[in-house]
Design a protein around this ligand. Structure first.
Ligand code: ATP
Ligand code: MG
Length: 594
């Protein structure tokens, strides 16, 4: 392909709403455009990268024996009501939905569990027809709250979603393993540095789930790894071994009510400083409104060490609730008579509309000689003992584990070690759904003993556009994109520096030779200054660059360099094909000149 005959326009300016580097560079490299917030068009160059990703994913899915299907994006409300997801997704605001001319309601699919389960239940009646795994590579719609990260978080985006069907858990375990292996191959083939972490199963539901993360400083997700190498989890799910306790070995001293003044100091750090202690000895009391599965709403006071944060993803499950949201300051004042910072578990006022439950984070289980808010502005109780003063209260409901893991905390895995936090981008997610959807939607077969059983399902998502963008987040420099070869729009570019006939002729020949040798090559044959060409070529990030100019030709050479190293080597024109092919085969990190 020649630039002079291409639709490829690079830009100098970064659009104002492009906050992340992949968004900025894809835009400036002329690979994508914004049609509306979170909705993007791929230009031919952008689509080439996406197509390469599609091909890799399709090949690896096919290799596992999974079979490709094509499920409708426009899906009737009734299916979503059957699975129990309609109200929840509508209330969360994530679901795009619309009405047809007769008033029938439809969703634009954010995933396709309902549609695929419906397909299977219509045709499968016996265990003999199982197992199988169905996948598709199709557009998904989600009305994301913050669609501001380009392809990383679109409102319309391309996902590969697969759904496995088995008669029992054993079969599901096998499918899950196969998908795990396929995902590893996919991200390895993309030449990406990735990590696997335990994940929260989120709104889709189910038991085991793992995420595939592309490691990048700009990632939205915090990932927790043990430096001993045997633990990895999304921070939403991560736990720690019990933390060292500042009160270890101390005798319990008598409670001193309202004895510690903390005037105007609302943060644990400031209070600790004022009281001459550390924030790990201050109790933070957080009040949440929780919705329980039985439809009841309650208030929950959750006590945690002042140096820790509550993990609000883990919280609802730990409290036996569906949702938990921070209570308003108005409610806070009604039950405590004070403002955040001075709320504590002792003497909370009865609040007749909403009963209060007390929970204690594990970090405080044995807490003694510590301070907590006295439910009066600017005052704390001193020498509090959690067992003696809090766990004895009728409202106390139990010890929970809801602290957010921190860098340097002890690892919970067998080898010990310390936890380290890295940032990452979730590109794939594999779940064991179990029978959640098959039960709700009556997708059953007769098993070997002729008993009707709901199918064991797994679901396996992978974001294609997000992976392409994540590749850029991981691989770029000040000049532009540094594509891994497998995802580059073109693996190699030939640039001609002058329009003199003999130079053009030499460049044409090299371009044609490379093409004939099967190299994925682009030809910058524009009538532009060399500086302009080099800037564009660096911005687009072709892994290999061949520069043909009059001076070099006079010496009998052209210049070949890799985008990553940017070190040019002089190569005789008749050796270019060989050097390019070998360099690409080795990932084009360095030039294979030997
Ligand atoms: P996130 O937590 O980032 O919102 P998710 O957990 O909701 O993602 P899944 O339902 O697990 O996403 O979807 C499977 C895959 O689809 C994700 O791993 C990701 O690669 C991709 N994906 C999800 N949401 C988006 C989006 N808004 N834009 C682009 N890709 C997405
Ligand atoms: Mg996910």
């Amino acid at each position: 392909m020649r630039w002079s005959q291409s639709f490829l326009v690079t830009l100098r300016e970064v659009p104002g709403d492009a906050e992340v580097v992949s968004h900025q560079l894809l835009y400036r490299a002329g690979m994508m455009q914004k049609l509306a917030a979170g909705i993007y068009s791929f230009t031919p160059f952008g689509f080439r990268s996406l197509r390469k990703m599609i091909d890799i994913v399709r090949e690896e899915m096919d290799a596992t024996g999974a079979m490709e299907v094509d499920l409708p994006i426009l899906q009737p409300k009734e299916l979503w009501v059957e699975s129990g997801r309609w109200d929840r997704y509508v209330n969360d605001g994530i679901l795009f939905h619309l009405e047809d001319r007769k008033g029938g309601e439809f969703a634009l699919a954010p995933t396709a569990e309902e549609a695929v389960t419906d397909m299977v239940r219509r045709s499968v009646t016996s265990w003999r027809q199982l197992p199988f795994n169905l996948y598709q590579i199709r557009t998904k719609f989600r009305d994301e709250i913050r669609p501001r990260f380009g392809l990383l978080r679109g409102r319309e985006f391309l996902m590969k979603d697969a759904y496995s069907f088995d008669v029992d858990q054993k079969g599901l375990d096998l499918h899950y393993k196969k998908m795990d292996a396929a995902y590893r191959r996919i991200f390895e083939r993309c030449n990406l540095e990735y990590a696997l972490v335990d994940a929260d199963s989120g709104a889709i539901g189910g038991s085991a789930s793992q995420e595939f993360m592309v490691v990048a400083d700009t990632g939205e997700d915090a990932l927790v790894f043990s430096d001993a190498g045997d633990y990895g989890a999304n921070v939403e799910k991560a736990t720690t071994a019990p933390l060292p306790e500042p009160w270890a070995g101390e005798e319990e001293r008598p409670l001193k009510k309202a004895s510690a003044p903390t005037p105007g100091l609302t943060t644990c750090v400031d209070q600790a400083k004022h009281l001459g202690t550390t924030s790990s000895r201050i109790v933070k009391t957080m009040i949440y409104e929780i919705d329980r599965a039985d439809g009841e709403t309650r208030l929950a006071a959750v006590l945690i060490r002042g140096d820790l944060e509550i993990n609000e993803v883990k919280l609802p499950k730990a409290l036996g609730a569906l949702h938990a949201k921070l209570a308003s300051e108005e409610i806070l004042r009604k039950i405590s008579g004070t403002v955040p910072g001075f709320v504590g578990p002792l003497d909370l006022l009865p609040f007749k509309e909403l009963p209060i439950f007390l929970f204690v984070d594990r970090s405080l289980e044995d807490g003694r000689n510590i301070w907590c808010g006295a439910n009066q502005d600017g005052t704390h109780h001193a020498q509090v003992s959690i067992k003696r003063d809090v766990m004895s209260l009728p409202a106390f409901k139990g010890v929970v584990e809801v602290a957010t893991a921190r860098d340097g905390d002890p690892s919970p895995a067998p080898k010990g070690g310390l936890l380290r936090i890295k940032r990452g981008i979730e590109v794939g997610h594999i779940f064991k759904l179990g029978t959640k959807y098959s039960e709700a939607m009556k997708c059953e077969v007769a098993d070997q003993s002729q008993k009707m059983v709901p199918l064991a399902m797994g679901c396996y998502g992978l974001g294609l556009g997000r992976t392409v963008a994540a590749a850029i987040e991981q691989n770029h420099d000040d000049l532009g994109i540094v594509w891994p070869v497998p995802l580059a729009p073109f693996a190699c570019v030939v640039a001609v520096l002058q329009r003199d006939a003999h130079v053009l002729e030499a460049a044409d020949r090299i371009y044609e030779d490379l093409k004939a040798a099967g190299v994925d090559v682009f030809y910058d044959d524009r009538d532009e200054r060399p500086g302009v060409k080099f800037k564009d070529i660096d911005l687009i990030g072709f892994p290999l660059r061949v520069v043909v100019g009059g001076k070099g030709l006079a010496k009998g050479v052209v210049e070949v360099s890799t985008r990553r190293e940017k070190k040019a080597s002089e190569i005789a024109p008749d050796r270019v094909v060989d050097v390019v092919k070998r360099s690409l085969a080795a990932g084009a990190k360095t030039l294979a000149t030997g």
